[in-house]
Design a protein around this ligand. Sequence first.
Ligand code: GAP
Length: 440
Amino acid sequence: MSKLEDIVSLCKRRGFIFPGSDVYGGMAGTWDFGPLGVMLKKKIMDEWWKFFVESRDDMYGVDAAILMNPKTWIASGHLATFADPLVECKECKSRFRADKIADGISESVTTEEFLATHTKCPVCGKENWGPIRKFNMMFKTSVGAIDDESATAYLRPETAQGIFTNYKNIVDTIYPNIPFGIAQQGKAFRNEISPRDFILRDRECNQMEIEYFVHPNHWDKAFEEMRSLQHNFLENIIGLPTDKIHEYEVPIEDRAHYSKRTIDLMFDYPNGEEELMGLAYRTDFDLQNIARESGKSMEYRDKITNETFVPHVIEPSIGVERLFLAVLSNAYTEEEIDGDKRIVLKLPENLAPYRFCVSPLLKNKPELVTKAKEVYDKLRTKYTNVTWDDSGNIGKRYRKQDEIGTPKCVVIDFDTLEDDTVTIRDRDTTEQIRAAIADL
Ligand code: GAP
């Protein structure tokens, strides 16, 4: 099995992530987070919110509706241009994203350029392709009891537009000084032609995005600040190693229609280097489009200079699932200790679903169980994320806690009853020390 398959299997076995609609045979590109996955995902999202919003006085949060007035997607350009190059094999009828199956071509590839690569169909091995068609990735739905064109709406393909459409509300209610940012976390939907690599490319994902509004003359300074903040967050808060993160300056032909500069931060995933997040200079593209489509001014008046202008925007955008997979694949370790093989998730303490696991050495000794429950209650009151485990033998419990990344296991034994000390076993070193309950 590949490392990615091992991770998928661990995720299912230990309740992190299940295939979406598993009971009915699944649904491609969708995944359900189980109890452990929800805890890890929430911690990742909370760390992002604390770092980028709560700890700053220039950031404001929004939680906009997923369904938006369809004018949003006309103004933003998504209706016209949010499309991938779709190619169909005429032999077996399989469909692919052309730029993902041929080397050295971009998203804007033409039929001629693609045919010149002499790519074989990954399913049937033949080389008999139809023309490249642009396939719009937005999911269409209808709103209300009418089922005609007038009821058409789209599931948002990026959370960003819920921010742009609230820019004026925030300027008119909070009166922020420029530069300021608006942040949002939430679902985004994309009808990906080929979802793949577990949760790396989904049809439904969560994004964490900031639109940082600046004076047009100051965009490059803000871009550099955001760039270094992203590294700081990924490396120092989330604990990803510096040498697994790489910057990619996206060339003009591959940049999104709204961007004048984009740097993608790439991560070394188990199946190779892939985009983890993007940092884009969106200029005033979105606010100008909204002004035109809505007829409302998007100008900002500087409180000190009285100058009026439409702000420019720096946008860091990261997918929660991609960050989740980066964290998981970085933590996933198979090793041998004293001849015993084990799988361990070496998660940073701030992200591990549980900080402690508490167990009685033997579950059929009521005096041990009672004492262990006391310790469990004490730790749970203090730290909240504490789990109880009295199943199987102690070796099996350690193996399970290693696999879910619990940093410390606390075991109550007969000595505890005498001297109020416990054994604390460390996840990464497997070393055991004796400590007083009072010091936990
Ligand atoms: N608002 C800008 C924007 O949406 P993007 O590069 O299309 O830009 C930003 O997406 C981030 O969202 C990506 O870097 C990735 O982390 C995440 N993302 C995009 N599509 C995804 C998908 N199909 N599955 C999982 N994550 C995705």
